[in-house]
Design a protein around this ligand. Sequence first.
Ligand code: GAR
Length: 205
Amino acid sequence: MAEKKARIAVLVSGGGTNLQAILDACEKGIITSGEVVLVISNREGAYALERAKTAGVPGLTLTRKACGGQQAFEAAILKALEDAEIDLIVLAGFLAILSENFTARYPRRIVNIHPSLIPSFCGAGFYGLKVHEAALARGVKVTGATVHFVNEIPDGGEIIAQKAVEILPGDTPEILQKRVMEQAEWILLPNAVEQVCGEIIGTEK
Ligand code: GAR
């Protein structure tokens, strides 16, 4: 067991299956260097918040609309992160873009999971099912998922881990999304979180 654990905040927008994969990995001892202490959703009623509640993790909803704009939205998130003394921010299906003003405060301390092999099918406008629709429309035979550090360029930060997933005849965006989650995302993200948390508590010792 690690002596000290990195304090993780997971930012979500929807169903939260990647959040669940992280929570399960903490439970199973796959993640030992960090613990999830806060979940923030930018959508009211996101199912991910139910998952947080079930796991006993505090959940918070902060929307751009309720905050009155991007700057106030980011300021509210930053305050919540600071109040909870967060070491690592995980974007797990968080579908809002964060400005450079935000990302510059946490260099190599924000990670994102993206459902393609970056640099394919990524950047502004590529999120959720749209990514898989684009991969199928282009006719690629292999796709996958990428975990990367977040900087000011959407999906442009340093790559931490990638895993390829086969595209099969008859795939729909929904079928492909499920295969990419099962074969890549839910494995890759917890492993990357453990790796980065290990680096964080290692550097702080
Ligand atoms: C996941 O496939 C994640 O990779 C993707 O949204 C889905 C969220 O699912 N993220 C992006 O497209 C980010 N650009 P989840 O809420 O069940 O984890």
